[in-house]
Write a protein that binds this ligand. Structure first.
Ligand code: URA
Length: 197
């Protein structure tokens, strides 16, 4: 079957959406990926966490945030009582990336790749209907807020994506290089948790 175009992606339910991502050839990243990385978590999670793109381990395993950045993310989530595993919706997160395929050598996503991949993320958010979105790093922010302001200028307050409160924070891979910003990122997660109170 022909791959669905952006407008038909917006009507797909979970299983056809998964299949569309797995079969996607909309951009050249399909040639170099080992696996697509759809996302993980409960489809009724209250939290939606959006990262950038799969890295080496994510590409190999087909799951988001399973490498070093993912370990940091999981420990921050755990400190808030949140998990990607089975739990009541209020404790659950759905984790997805802006790009579903790994860019070669983890280079930055290109605008055309982001544009082709965005409808999948938009549909995931529409299906999950999260109560809060955490956008980590500049590519998630660009995709969801259409802003290229630095993270440091956007974090610390609540934005909106299609009526859903959205909090901006640093990408965990950046925090591994700049641990001094971990405290700020923790504050951002606490801000997102406050939205749900
Ligand atoms: N970085 C991301 O943005 N996403 C992943 O899944 C892994 C690392």
């Amino acid at each position: 079957a022909a791959a669905p175009g952006p407008s038909s992606i917006a009507t797909l339910d979970w299983q056809p959406l998964r299949e569309a991502v797995a079969a996607c050839t909309a951009c050249p990243l399909c040639a170099s990926r080992r696996n697509t990385v759809f996302g993980v978590g409960n489809t009724r999670a209250h939290w939606m966490i959006v990262g950038e793109a799969p890295g080496e381990q994510e590409d190999r395993l087909g799951e988001p945030f399973v490498g070093p950045a993912g370990q940091l993310l999981d420990s921050m989530l755990q400190a808030l009582g949140l998990t990607r595993a089975e739990a009541p919706p209020a404790q659950q997160v759905f984790i997805a990336n802006t790009l579903k395929c790994r860019p070669p050598r983890n280079r930055n996503p290109e605008p055309a790749e982001l544009a082709r991949c965005e409808p999948y993320l938009q549909r995931q958010i529409a299906l999950v209907q999260p109560r809060v979105i955490l956008a980590m790093g500049r590519f998630a922010v660009q995709a969801l807020l259409r802003s290229s302001e630095p993270i440091g200028r956007l974090r610390g307050r609540v934005h909106q994506y299609e009526g859903v409160p959205l909090v901006v924070t640093y990408h965990p891979a950046y925090l591994l290089r700049q641990p001094a910003d971990k405290a700020r990122s923790w504050d951002d997660l606490c801000l997102a948790a406050q939205v749900l109170e």
